[in-house]
Design a protein around this ligand. Sequence first.
Ligand code: SAM
Length: 283
Amino acid sequence: MRKNQINTADYLRGQDFHIKKKYGQNFLTDMNILPRIVEESDVTKDDTVLEIGPGTGNLTVLLADAAKKVIAVEIDKELIPILRVTIFPRENVEINNLDIMKTDLSDLLSGVEGNIRVVANLPYYITTPVITKLLEESHFFKSITVMVQKEVAERLAAEPGSKEYGAITLFSQYYSVPKILFSVPKESFYPMPKVESAIVRFDILEKPPYDVKNSALMFDLIRAAFNERRKTLANAISDAGNLNFSKADVLDVLEKMRLSPTIRGERLSLEEFANLSDMLGSN
Ligand code: SAM
């Protein structure tokens, strides 16, 4: 074991707990990284933290010491008694044995006063759906600080035209200012994952950066563009089964926007997708 590591392997053996790969259980054991996550998430004693997947509680105890309260959501019922031992004697941690994807956040967070910040070392098998859910319901949150696969972090902070640029990039820019904070090596976890990781922080915007008349239409256009990345934008949109625009409609708007008729969606910024959506929607 490396220096400054929590011995989670021995702890779990002592509790007769077997790691469940299907739940993405890679526990963060590196005491060089754990306090840094709490620091960079800006949690204060006035804040409530929503922690997704507290696991054995390595991060939970640090969050509980920094925050007013931690609301933890863990799917694996076998981890609940272990978590209770780790957090003892703290009384400001509420443990919920739930699947975050099936949890109604307004029920879970009802009655919370003050800012809520999400802090989590996310299970990698559901990174994108969890981030999508949190961003869609980001009116609850001040910030979201999460550990993700490095490759996902790069997609979140990608520039138009790069191969990492995609629907999730635009989605996160609509709700937040996303920023990659630092990388985390595989050796910081037990068991060691196959890929490198990174911490990303989303500062939630009070209102979207561009006024768009119909955000659902804009996201349908974005999804159509990136589902068929190799097609021109005009073909991708007019071929999409759930959209009702002809190729001529799209070409007409592209011309008004002074964009090339053969442009691909991956070249457009969020502002351009917002304009495209408003113009197509009002035709
Ligand atoms: N926070 C701990 C740490 O940093 O050591 C554990 C992180 S581990 C990468 C992911 C955790 O999420 C595991 O404890 C796993 O059981 C839990 N988990 C997996 N799927 C979940 C879900 N759908 N809802 C809630 N928790 C989940």
